[in-house]
Design a protein around this ligand. Structure first.
Ligand code: BGC
Length: 422
């Protein structure tokens, strides 16, 4: 790659960073996912072969996937204890932004009872980022919720949104003073699909009708959260982190392929964002894959595949950025992007292609403000558990949670330094 060619393209104050979510790294979480994991770990281990053995890397992760411990988030990667050390690593990687979760279940562990300890913890956490000149981007909902809230029906019940509003109000009052960026919700489309439409995730309430109800309720939750945060701090920049795919027709001249593509783009990518168009200061994109449609079915190329068996097309970020920009004309952040790659075979290539995709988009006028890689650390990958490794930094959970910067991350750090220098 020509290191000198396009380096001036990134704006001066571009944010280069990484992303995490509380439940996936913190350790000691108590929320509806923790309860579900413990109840289902054994069953997930027993059904692993049947569910996962078609993934080409099955042999590499078989032992982990067939062990019930894999499915328990437990001590996480002890980020909660070791966040200062992790922030030092962010600095070492030449990054200047970090996305993290504020866990509702920690702030309000019992209905109406606020934890001063948790609020103080997050204040200190944000202050430690600021001390290192790392821009904090706080995310208020990454699928996890206090159990008292999900016991009441969670977001499936419209009247429950007021509990979320109360939480957001508390965060606005206690934690936004040192924040410039906040995200209300992470990937409502993934949550409603997996927790309701398909019913694989808690609460496993398999119902298309319910998934639509939750989807509509999350639109309201976002709008109300936006208003609360804005009223409290008008300068706060607020967005959503949307899971957007680069959806393409397999046969561009085939009528059915193009109709399916249009529908999927609308339903998966734009439906939620369109409804919240006026309540967004920026658009957050979580990009992981291109999806090609042949007829009504997804038909992706067979290679290259990540450890999760996902088809990898990092350059698909470019057309996606163009489309998102032309739809909304708002500043864009890539709020997540990365690859499950335990051998660190593809991550550097992925990053190189992604940087080129962003350069091309910026050169065509897309107002891209930052890139936050998923993830800083290896973390708990929801229903898959611990075996998929997304970290720029590997974590050895069997040996004192030791952190080790991967070679691809070292390359990334050099690349960022070079871009920032020119
Ligand atoms: C989620 C993350 C998850 C990542 C990789 C995103 O959709 O926001 O929580 O770890 O994908 O699957």
């Amino acid at each position: 790659m020509n290191e000198n060619n396009n380096d001036k393209i990134f704006p001066k104050h571009f944010f280069w960073g990484a992303s995490t979510a509380g439940h996936q790294v913190d350790g000691g979480s108590v929320d509806q996912w923790t309860v579900w994991e413990l109840a289902h770990a054994k069953e997930l281990a027993q059904t692993a072969h049947q569910r996962l053995s078609s993934i080409p890397t099955w042999r590499d992760f078989k032992n982990k996937a067939e062990n019930p411990d894999n499915y328990v988030s437990g001590r996480g990667v002890e980020h909660r204890k070791r966040y200062r050390e992790d922030f030092d690593i962010i600095k070492e990687l030449n990054l200047n932004a970090f996305r993290f979760g504020i866990e509702w279940s920690r702030i309000e562990p019992e209905e109406g009872k606020w934890s001063d300890e948790a609020i103080q913890y997050y204040r200190e956490y944000i202050a430690e980022l600021r001390r290192r000149n790392i821009e904090p981007m706080a995310n208020l909902w990454h699928w996890t919720m206090p159990t008292w809230f999900t016991d009441k029906g969670g977001f499936a019940k419209r009247s429950n949104i007021e509990y979320f509003e109360r939480f957001v109000q508390k965060v606005a009052e206690e934690l936004t003073e040192d924040l410039t960026y906040a995200i209300t919700l992470n990937e409502p489309n993934v949550y409603t699909t997996l927790s309701y439409a398909i019913g694989e995730w808690p609460p496993q309430d398999k119902s298309v009708v319910r998934s639509l109800q939750v989807y509509f309720n999350l639109v309201s939750a976002h709008k109300r959260a936006y208003k609360i945060l804005k009223d409290h701090k008008p300068t706060l920049q607020i967005g959503l982190a949307a899971q957007l795919a680069n959806i393409q027709a397999k046969r561009p001249h085939n009528l059915i392929d193009t109709i399916t593509t249009k529908w999927m783009r609308y339903y998966w990518n734009w439906w939620f964002l369109n409804r919240c168009r006026n309540q967004q200061d920026f658009v957050g994109i979580n990009y992981y894959f291109s999806d090609y449609y042949r007829g009504f079915r997804r038909s992706n190329p067979k290679v290259p595949l990540s450890d999760l068996g996902w088809y990898m097309e990092p350059e698909g970020l470019y057309p996606l950025l163009l489309r998102t920009w032309s739809h909304y004309k708002k500043p864009i952040f890539v709020t997540e992007n990365g690859v499950a790659d335990s051998r660190d075979e593809y991550r550097r290539w992925w990053l190189e292609e992604t940087i080129v995709a962003m350069e091309k988009a910026i050169s065509e006028g897309v107002d891209l403000r930052g890139y936050l890689h998923w993830s800083l650390l290896d973390n708990f990958e929801w229903k898959y558990g611990w075996w998929p490794e997304f970290g720029l930094v590997a974590v050895d959970r069997s040996h004192g949670m030791k952190r080790k910067i991967r070679p691809s991350a070292k390359w990334f750090a050099q690349r960022v330094r070079h871009i920032n220098r020119v």
